[in-house]
Design a binder for this molecule. Sequence first.
Ligand code: FES
Length: 157
Amino acid sequence: MEACKCEEKWAKLEEIIAAHRGQPSALIQVLHEAQELIGYLPRQVLIAIADGLGVSLSEVYSVVSFYAHFTTKPKGKYQISVCKGTACYVKGAPEILERLQKELGIKPGDSTDDGKFSLEVVRCLGACGLAPVMMINKRAHGLLRSDTAVTVLQGYE
Ligand code: FES
């Protein structure tokens, strides 16, 4: 596994696949476990999962792209999750997201070239009273405006 370069993780992944060999219905569960293990889902991992479970690679890709939770790219050191749940949406989340995209030069689902930041859109973070909210790793930042969101970001640079 070129992207992972870790024999231990590869062996663990093979165990996960072996536990569900020939079971296409376990696809989501296996993808979830693989992402927990590796942090993302590189192509080589998806090929191994497709082979092991007996599903086509295109089917695996369509599941991965359907669920925002799955990612085929490594996450940045700082993972920014912008909430676009209803409360955050009406209080300006789209503008905040737009501003962060411009600032970082990436779209949701991508990481900056230096591997420092990755950006994703999530649904309600359970902090609607602080809307609009974004999380950076495990820390929530609320009552944002687009300019304060950028200031928060600069604190991580
Ligand atoms: S909608 Fe954003 S925290 Fe609930």
